[in-house]
Design a protein around this ligand. Structure first.
Ligand code: PMP
Length: 364
């Protein structure tokens, strides 16, 4: 190895879900929204003024920050915006997780947390979910350098009660607790009201899922003004112009349209509940997802086989290799039609697989 290589920051990167470029596919692998963005977003996109792209965007993301603050009835000083919640979360790790004590998060969770921690040399410890894949709040109440978990958790989809979250926040007043609410709009109860009571709480949300704007990359954190000031200081020390001018303009349109938001999230919840019934009939088991995906395990056919069979049909779902979850698939909730195509294919595939296994068993 040449000497320069010993000074390189070597990291094991996060592996994002595939973004295949196929005309005819059913894409249920990265928890995107199957419906288009709100009509106002499409209008603003059509009417956008390309000449404005000569100029840098607002460094403080002010118009979008104010629109988000208005939506939640907050002061703008309580909102920080970034390039997707990945950017916001990375800034949070950089700003607040500076203790020598370990930051705590679940063993089965968003697989970016340990990547940021490793890259930024943040010490961390994982806490095992219980046998039903639930977060045990008692595990987050000792001395530590911070706490972060998604609610609902990913990839399990399981929601934690607000009272349990408040317990974690109130028992960790010396460190920052981050609740990553990427999937909260699909039936969960947000921890947002707690930010008025607890200065050590940050609630992070995104436009990528419930607002159909994954391609625009918009995320935000909400918390006490002091936390937001610290976050902005780090952001301005890193990259001052984060969100692009189109992202700011389209984000404002997306958050203003409450009726469209309600309609599309309700549709996704209804399809999810229907799909749960179908998947159960097909021999899958799963926790009670309150997100826009279902984390399933089949009674007899290995997840990897199902994953490959679906891929051949141009149906993409997500498979993770972690030890406790390698026999699970995470299936994003698509439209009713997409989910019908999925379940029809699975019915045929699983019946033939189980028949073959049954016949082999008889032969033995
Ligand atoms: N948190 C969780 C739990 C997620 O699953 C995701 C999506 N990959 C994100 C944050 C990041 O989403 P985005 O950067 O698109 O806002």
């Amino acid at each position: 190895m040449e000497n320069w290589e010993s000074y390189v920051r070597k990291v094991v990167p996060y592996v994002p879900g595939e973004q295949p470029d196929e005309k005819r596919m059913i894409k249920l692998n990265t928890n995107e929204n199957p419906y288009p963005p709100a009509p106002g977003v499409l209008r603003a996109l059509r009417e956008s003024d390309a000449d404005r792209l000569r100029l840098y965007p607002e460094p403080d993301c002010g118009t979008l920050v104010r629109a988000i603050a208005d939506y939640y009835g907050l002061d703008a000083s309580c909102v920080f915006a970034g390039v997707g919640s990945d950017d916001v979360l990375a800034m949070i790790f950089l700003t607040f997780f500076r203790s020598e004590k370990p930051v705590l998060f679940p063993d089965i969770t968003y697989s970016f947390y340990d990547v940021w921690a490793d890259m930024l040399r943040v010490p961390y410890e994982v806490r095992a979910l219980d046998a039903d894949f639930k977060i045990r709040k008692e595990d987050y109440c000792g001395e530590c350098g911070g706490v972060i978990f998604p609610n609902p958790n990913a990839p399990t989809g399981i929601l934690m009660e607000l009272a349990d979250i408040e317990d974690i926040v109130s028992r960790n007043r010396d460190v920052i607790v981050v609740v990553d609410e990427a999937y909260i709009d699909f039936g969960g109860v947000s921890a947002l009201p707690l930010i008025r009571k607890y200065e050590n709480l940050l609630v992070v949300q995104t436009f990528s899922k419930s607002r159909s704007l994954a391609g625009m990359r918009i995320g935000y954190a909400m918390g006490a003004p002091k936390l937001i000031r610290y976050l902005n200081d780090v952001k301005y020390s890193f990259n001052s112009y984060t969100l692009s001018q189109p992202a700011l303009a389209l984000g404002v349109e997306a958050i203003r349209d409450k009726a469209y938001f309600r309609e599309t999230t309700e549709k996704i919840i209804a399809v999810r509940e229907w799909a749960k019934g179908e998947l159960k009939k097909l021999g899958f088991s799963f926790g009670d997802s309150m997100s826009n995906f279902i984390f399933v395990k089949h009674r007899s056919v290995p997840a990897e086989d199902i994953f490959e069979a679906l891929k051949k049909e141009h149906i993409y779902v997500r498979h993770f290799s972690g030890e406790r979850i390698r026999n699970y698939l995470r299936i994003t909730v698509g439209t009713r039609e997409e989910m019908e195509t999925l379940t029809v294919f699975l019915r045929g595939y699983l019946e033939s697989r189980e028949r073959i296994v049954g016949e082999k068993e008889k032969e033995l």
